[in-house]
Ligand binder design. Structure first.
Ligand code: ARG
Length: 461
C-alpha cells in the first residue's frame, strides 16, 4: 500500500513523470472556496439523511470552516504530492480532525466534486463579467450621448461609404455587448444544475438527498443523469464560446481605436494613461492597451478550440483528459475581464477630434447616396438611373479635384439639366446624417433616443 489517498491496491510509488503530468493543484487551487462550499453542503446533507453521525458531521463542518479561513488568509499549504484541490482539502481535514475526515467522501467522487466546483466557479465568473460588461456599456452610452451629433465617416470595405455619427458607431458596440451579456446569461441559466451526488458515474446506494445539496448551493435543481453529470463540460464550452464572441467584438473595436489614433486618421487621441512610448522613436505614442485587447482575443478564441478538441473524442463518463478544461478556461475568462476593463478605461479617457472626423466624413464623395436619393425624390428618377447620374457627377468632381458640394450648379446641370440649387442642402455631411431618420438610423435625434433608452435600461438593474 502506498501513502496516496487512493493507494490501497498499489505496491510501489508513482513515477516522477506521472506526478508531473498528473498534478493540477498549481491551477485548480483557485477552486478552493468552491470546493469547501460543496463539501459543506454535502456533509450537511449526509448528516440530515443519517448517513454520517451528527458528531462526525459537526467536526467535519468545523474543520472545513477552518480550512476555508486558512485559504482566505493565504495560509493554506498546498502540496503538489496531493495532486489536486480536492485531495489537498481532504488531507488537511484529516490533519485537523483525524479519521472522521474520511467520512466526508461517502456517496461522492472527485468526478462529481470537480464538476460541481467548476460550475460554481464559472457561475461566479459569469456574474462578475456581466457587471463589467454593463459598466463598459455605460461608458459607451455616456460617450455616445456626448457625440450624438459628431459626424464621422462611415465605412464599408474600409472605403468612405456614408457619413455617420460617432455616437451611432459607439452604440453599435453597446448592442453587441448587450447580446454578449445575453449569451453569458443563457449559459448561466443552463449550467445552473447541480452534479453533486452523481458520484463516480452511476449514482450511489446511500440514501442521499440531491435536491437538498442543489438548493444549498443555489442551483435550480440537481442534474438528471449521473453519467451526463460527470461527463458534461458543455457548460464550460458554452461560456468560452460566449467569451470568444465577446472578445471578437472587443477586438474589432480595439482595431478601430488603433486605426483612429494614428496621425493619418487622427480621429481620437488616447491619453498618457493608455499609451506607451518607444525606446528609440521619441515621437511615438503607441496604443498598447488596444493592441493587447486585439491580441488577447487570440488566446480567448484558442481556449474554446482547445477544449472542443479535448472533449470531442471522449467516451462517457469521466476521463482525466477533462482536467485540461481548467487552465484554458481560467486564462480565457481572466483575459476577457482584463480586456473589458481596458476598453472601458480607453472609452472614458479618449479625446475625440471632432473637427478632424467631420472633415474626413466629407472625403471620398461620401454624400453621393444623398445626391442619388435627391434625384429620386425631386426628379422622380428610378434609383438605378439616379445612381448612374450620380456616378457621372462623382467622376466630374474627381476630375476637377473637388468635393461634391464644391461643384457649381452649372457643373451639376452639365450632367443632369433638371438639377436645381436646393440640391446643395443635401450635399453637406451634417445634412446627410440628419436625414437618416429611419428607425435605427444615424440621425443625431435617433442616437440620443437610443442612448437614453440604454441609459434607462442600464440603470434599471
Ligand atoms: N483533478 C481532477 C480534474 O480536474 C479531479 C477529478 C479527478 N477524478 C479522478 N477520478 N481522477 O478533473
Amino acid at each position: 500500500m502506498t501513502s496516496k489517498i487512493w493507494g490501497g491496491r498499489f505496491q510501489s510509488a508513482t513515477d516522477a513523470v506521472l506526478e508531473a503530468i498528473n498534478v493540477s493543484i498549481d491551477f485548480d487551487k483557485r477552486l478552493g472556496p468552491q470546493d469547501i462550499r460543496g463539501s459543506l453542503a454535502h456533509i450537511a446533507m449526509l448528516a440530515e439523511q443519517g448517513v454520517v453521525a451528527p458528531e462526525d458531521a459537526a467536526r467535519i463542518t468545523e474543520g472545513l470552516t477552518r480550512i476555508a479561513g486558512e485559504m482566505e488568509r493565504g495560509e493554506f499549504q498546498f502540496s503538489r504530492t496531493l495532486e489536486d484541490i480536492h485531495m489537498n482539502a481532504e488531507s488537511r481535514l484529516a490533519e485537523l480532525i483525524g479519521p472522521a475526515a474520511g467520512r466526508l467522501h461517502t456517496a461522492r467522487s472527485r468526478n462529481d466534486q470537480v464538476a460541481t466546483d467548476f460550475r460554481l466557479y464559472i457561475r461566479d465568473d459569469i456574474d462578475a463579467l456581466d457587471a463589467q460588461l454593463a459598466d463598459l456599456q455605460l461608458a459607451l452610452v455616456e460617450r455616445a450621448m456626448e457625440e450624438a451629433g459628431s459626424v464621422m465617416p462611415g465605412f464599408t470595405h474600409l472605403q468612405s461609404a456614408q457619413p455617420v455619427t460617432l455616437g451611432h458607431h459607439l452604440l453599435a458596440y453597446v448592442e453587441m455587448i448587450g447580446r454578449d451579456r445575453g449569451r453569458l446569461r443563457d449559459a448561466r441559466s443552463r449550467l445552473n444544475e447541480c452534479p453533486l451526488g452523481a458520484a463516480a458515474l452511476a449514482g450511489t446506494s446511500f440514501p442521499i438527498d440531491r435536491h437538498m445539496t442543489a438548493k444549498a448551493l443555489d442551483f435550480d435543481r440537481p442534474t438528471a443523469n449521473s453519467l451526463d453529470s460527470v461527463s458534461d463540460r458543455d457548460f464550460v464550452l458554452e461560456t468560452l464560446s460566449a467569451a470568444a464572441i465577446c472578445a471578437t467584438h472587443l477586438s474589432r473595436f480595439a482595431e478601430e481605436i488603433v486605426l483612429w489614433s494614428t496621425p493619418q486618421f487622427n480621429f481620437i487621441s488616447l491619453s498618457d494613461k493608455f499609451t506607451t512610448g518607444s525606446s528609440i522613436m521619441p515621437q511615438k505614442r503607441n496604443p498598447d492597451a488596444a493592441e493587447l485587447v486585439r491580441g488577447k482575443s487570440g488566446r480567448i478564441i484558442g481556449a474554446l478550440q482547445a477544449l472542443l478538441i479535448v472533449m470531442k473524442g471522449l467516451p462517457l463518463a469521466y476521463s482525466k483528459d477533462m482536467q485540461e478544461d481548467k487552465e484554458g478556461a481560467f486564462d480565457s475568462l481572466d483575459s476577457l475581464s482584463l480586456c473589458i476593463a481596458a476598453m472601458a478605461g480607453m472609452v472614458r479617457d479618449m479625446k475625440v477630434n471632432r473637427e478632424r472626423m467631420k472633415a474626413a466624413a466629407g472625403a471620398g464623395f461620401a454624400t453621393a447616396t444623398d445626391l442619388a436619393d435627391w434625384l429620386v425624390r425631386k426628379l422622380n428618377l428610378p434609383f438605378r438611373e439616379a445612381h448612374h447620374v450620380t456616378g457621372r457627377v462623382v467622376a466630374l468632381a474627381e476630375g476637377k479635384g473637388v468635393g461634391l458640394e464644391e461643384l457649381t450648379l452649372a457643373d451639376l446641370q452639365s450632367v443632369e439639366p433638371r438639377i436645381s440649387e436646393d440640391v446643395f442642402a443635401v450635399l453637406g455631411v451634417e445634412k446627410s446624417v440628419e436625414s437618416r431618420v429611419s428607425y435605427g438610423g444615424t440621425a443625431p435625434d435617433n442616437v440620443r433616443k437610443q442612448a437614453q433608452s440604454w441609459l434607462d435600461r442600464l440603470k434599471e438593474r
